[in-house]
Write a protein that binds this ligand. Structure first.
Ligand code: IVH
Length: 674
């Protein structure tokens, strides 16, 4: 090969410097300067140069590293197996290319199935278990050597100190991700600023920073959480044929496993699931930066091996690359959301991002505006990811003229002028007036929206007209409207009035999940609404449930559970729900029959790795048939479904004389098998 041109050598050196610095800021200082897409762009540019010009591929290149050297007073810990990183795919072609390359090594990958899961954007950790007891917990460091942070990791409730179940290998490493729940993040930064400390740039850095505290009490106060996703057996044998069994086993041993994982038969199915995950990610209570697609069969994983000691071939991160553009921020305005949140947003000079013209973008909350120092008149970078609303990344400070105006948060609600309040643990101000016309308007818009009650023809303008003419004051009033009321309004002919009344009547049949979403309960997005509807099946059962019963649902944490309980505790909300009931709305979930379900009223416990179903799938089948899934075996358990390596739970069931069945029998009972 001819040596690379001097210009390219210079560019490679420049990229190495930029990436080294970025790595250092990211891993060591927990204060990144480059955005993830920028980092990825530079990384790939350097990778491409090194691929084409072997003489520029230096051993010390940042492309050969996983992270950076640990830097602190903490002692070092050498991982027994390296902690690898993941290659990225930013579009369907790159994902397809990944399978094509793997198929050259073993064509069975095309039919062997894939596991898909959320890519948690936190700090990677490695937990060593000796005979089922936690002996060391370490950060990832450079992938070979990390830091011993055992004392800190012990403060995280999701890190089991002693594993449940049985069949623990004599020595193993469990890998996972420690993350900072979004709800705690805003509060932490506010406290830091109040104390004169610099805020964390994002929850990932907050998680990493919290893990590297020299005093474990500080770590504990941060309320970190953890999800596990990998088992490295060092000594001992345990047969785990697939990745979904890894996850089932981790859950059995007492780890938290991110609940949205699933298996698919082909890459086409994985590709088809991407938009759904993209929407899901926006709703999760923690930060996730894509999904991970993994070859499900562990024998195939082994065949595929590792590239350059850095990335396994059997897994890839499918990232949802945001589109980025630069424009002028003309003005910061505030609107009132349906929860009363005073949402600042940016009015922009229109600009095209990813094929769409954008003229406004969310600014999230006032803390973020202040943290990022976004001012009116600034040139700003904005991004749009998938269907998510455009966001302002930050200002381009070097383009400032000195005429930019800093933002002052509103003292009063811009619609009803009620003094705004700011709850101690939140980054937002709220309009506390439940009768605020701005809040009511937004709550009706949300109620009528496609993914909620889907009332066709009821958009912003008509809702405004109905409110202004006092024909309605809340969502329940919609169901009292008659054609004769509407024809008196501007731009309502007989026909359109009739259509709207029919569309409203049609919405009465929407399932409970859509109604729950439409009610705008705090923290209850579409997915949470579905989990609630599947478990409780009727509005009245949910209204009577306490936070403990709600929080029992996998995927629903205490914050959401408390918000739901609080919603139904309010007499005004109960009256609203009663009026909707009286208007004839369906208040149940047809897929989860209230009566007649084959497992009606039965409590099931799932244990061990089932031959074909994932834990989530099996739980969904039980719940759809009217049953309840509990986490542990007690006298109230009716049936235990046991798979391979079913440990303590099956033993306990035998002790108590509780029926134990196989997956096959479960499938028969729920009518999925003859
Ligand atoms: S699998 C390399 N699965 O992403 C094989 N990693 O960019 C093990 N991560 O270091 C990684 N969520 O800390 C895997 N569901 C997930 C993940 C995940 C987050 C992190 C992990 C890894 C990094 C690689």
């Amino acid at each position: 090969m001819t040596p690379a041109p001097a210009q390219l050598a210079r560019r490679a050196a420049e990229l190495r410097t930029l990436l080294d610095r970025a790595n250092f800021l990211y891993y060591v200082d927990d204060a990144p300067e480059l955005s993830d897409p920028e980092y990825d762009r530079l990384f790939r540019e350097l990778q491409a140069i090194e691929r084409d010009h072997a003489d520029l591929a230096l051993p010390e290149s940042p492309t050969r590293r996983v992270g950076n050297e640990p830097a602190s007073a903490l002692t070092k810990h050498t991982h027994r197996r390296p902690m690898l990183s993941l290659a990225n795919a930013f579009d369907p072609d790159e994902l397809a290319g990944w399978e094509d390359r793997n198929a050259k090594i073993n064509p069975e990958v095309r039919t062997g199935g894939y596991a898909i899961e959320v890519k948690i954007d936190g700090a990677a950790i490695n937990l060593t278990y000796t005979a089922g007891r936690l002996t060391t917990g370490a950060s990832r460091g450079n992938g070979i050597v990390g830091e011993d942070i055992t004392a800190n990791l012990r403060t995280i409730p999701d890190v089991p100190l002693v594993l449940k179940g049985r069949h623990h290998p004599a020595l193993m490493e469990i890998r996972g991700e420690v993350y900072f729940p979004l709800a705690s993040f805003a509060g932490l930064n506010r406290r830091r600023e109040a104390a004169g400390e610099p805020p964390f740039a994002n929850p990932r850095n907050a998680a990493a920073g919290s893990l590297r505290q020299l005093d474990a009490a500080t770590t504990r106060s941060r309320r970190l959480r953890m999800f596990a996703f990998q088992i490295e057996v060092i000594e001992g044998t345990i047969a785990i044929p697939t990745h979904d069994r890894v996850l089932a086993l981790l859950a059995e041993w007492g780890f938290q496993v991110e609940p949205h994982h699933r298996t698919v038969a082909t890459l086409a199915e994985a590709q088809a699931a991407v938009p759904e995950f993209e929407r899901l990610l926006a709703e999760l209570p923690f930060e996730a930066d894509g999904i991970v697609v993994k070859v499900n069969r562990r024998d195939l994983q082994e065949d595929l091996g590792v590239v350059g000691g850095r990335e396994p071939r059997w897994a890839i991160a499918r990232k949802f690359a945001p589109e980025v553009a630069v424009t002028r921020l003309l003005e910061i305005r505030v609107n009132v959301g349906r929860t009363g949140a005073l949402n600042p947003y940016a009015v922009l000079e229109p600009v095209e991002v990813g094929g769409v013209t954008v003229s406004s973008a969310t600014l999230h909350n006032e803390d973020l505006i202040i943290q990022k120092d976004i001012r009116e008149g600034d040139w700003v970078e904005i991004m749009r990811a998938g269907e998510v609303i455009p966001q302002v990344i930050g200002p381009l400070r070097d383009r400032r003229t000195g005429h930019e105006r800093p933002f002052t948060p509103p003292e009063v609600c811009p619609v009803c002028q009620t003094p705004a309040v700011r709850p101690p643990d939140e980054a937002m101000r709220y309009c506390p007036n439940v009768a605020c016309p701005g809040r009511i308007f937004e709550s009706i818009v949300h109620f009528a929206s496609r993914e909620a009650m889907d009332i066709r023809g009821l958009g912003y303008e008509r809702i405004r007209q109905l409110l202004d003419s006092k024909l309605i004051a809340d969502v329940a009033d919609l169901y009292r409207l008659e054609t004769t009321d509407l024809v008196t309004l501007d731009r309502f002919a007989d026909q359109s009035a009739g259509l709207l009344v029919a569309a409203i009547a049609d919405s009465k049949t929407r399932p409970l999940s859509q109604l729950l979403f439409g009610l705008g309960i705090r923290h209850v997005g579409k997915n949470i609404a579905q989990l609630l509807a599947r478990r409780f099946r009727t509005m009245s059962a949910l209204a009577e449930a306490d936070a403990a019963a709600i929080g029992d649902i996998p995927g629903i944490g205490p914050t959401i559970a408390a918000a739901v309980e609080e919603f139904f505790a309010s007499p005004a909300n109960r009256r609203l729900v009663a009026r909707l009931d009286a208007a004839g709305l369906a208040m149940d979930e047809p897929n989860a029959p209230e009566t007649g379900g084959a497992l009606l009223g039965k409590t099931y416990v799932l244990t061990g790795a089932l031959p074909t179903l994932s834990r989530t799938e099996a739980a969904a089948l039980v719940e759809q048939a009217g049953g309840r899934v509990a986490g542990s075996v007690s006298r109230r358990t009716d049936t235990v479904v046991a798979g391979a390596d079913a440990g303590a739970k099956a033993d306990r069931a035998r002790e108590l004389g509780i029926e134990i069945i196989t997956e096959d029998e479960l499938l028969r009972r729920v009518g999925r098998k003859a």
